[in-house]
Design a protein around this ligand. Structure first.
Ligand code: SAH
Length: 233
């Protein structure tokens, strides 16, 4: 079994690499991939760099080049739902791309050509995350994540995304990773810890909480890996 653990920024995968201690580094397509054995399974870990293009490249590489059979994403996001505060965890039920717009041809906002507006994340992994949340005594919200090539630091844009996609959180990679995994038939799980409220203070909040929120998310994702290992042995 080979599991991909992906983030967008160095801070998002650093806690995972730290926990593993030793790993093999391989360069591919101008990015670094870290491989390690962990409790009898194989892991491939990478941060893609920010945005939909890089995250598409990295997710595809992890699956097609490194042979990952399952993908877990760990990172931070802006909150859309007022229920979500900095440090809270969100598990994506489904994901959309808020900046994909071919509405001029009668399609709804976010419509993926020959696809749909949303891509559903793997139900079994979501169920597993509920067990992990219980064991860790964490309150984890399951919700819709909207993705776009845009750091949202604007109340109006955030509200539009919330109303149009019924989104609870927004970020810049999940929706594209979802399309890749769906096309390649690889079960995927996207977890985000809130770093900001996607409002006018978002960049300051992001800078202040990126590291602590990234650790929250990474710890949870490693517990997911443990759960998966426990179920397979
Ligand atoms: N500080 C970085 C840019 C960070 S972009 C630089 O200078 O290069 C924000 C990253 O965190 C993205 O990977 C995105 O997925 C996530 N994110 C957190 N809050 C966000 C927000 N309000 N809008 C969009 N993405 C957000």
């Amino acid at each position: 079994m080979k599991i991909a653990i992906m983030g967008a920024m160095p801070e998002e995968i650093a806690p995972i690499l730290e926990k593993l201690g030793s790993y093999k580094t391989t360069e591919f397509a101008k990015n670094k991939y870290y491989e390690a054995s962990y409790r009898g399974i194989e892991l491939v870990i990478a941060y893609s760099k920010i945005g939909k293009v890089f995250s598409t490249l990295t997710a595809t590489t992890m699956i097609e080049h490194f042979g990952a059979e399952l993908l877990l994403f760990s990172g931070v996001a802006g909150a859309v739902s007022p229920e979500l505060k900095v440090g809270d965890l969100v598990v994506a039920s489904k994901l959309s791309q808020h900046d994909l717009d071919i509405t001029a041809f009668g399609h709804p906002f976010g419509y993926v050509p020959e696809g749909a507006v949303y891509v559903q994340a793997d139900m079994k992994l979501i169920e597993l995350s509920k067990e992990v949340a219980l064991e860790m005594d964490k309150n984890v919200k399951e919700g819709i994540i909207a993705t776009g090539d845009q750091f949202v630091a604007n109340e109006e844009r955030k509200n539009w995304i919330g109303n149009t996609f019924n989104a609870d959180a927004l970020e810049m990679e999940g929706g594209s990773v979802a399309v890749v995994c769906d096309a390649l038939n690889v079960p995927f799980f996207i977890l985000r810890a809130i770093s900001d409220a996607a409002d006018m203070d978002a960049s300051f909040s992001f800078d202040e909480f990126l590291e602590t929120s990234a650790v929250e998310s990474a710890e949870f994702v490693m517990k997911m890996v443990d759960k998966i290992v426990n179920k397979t042995i």
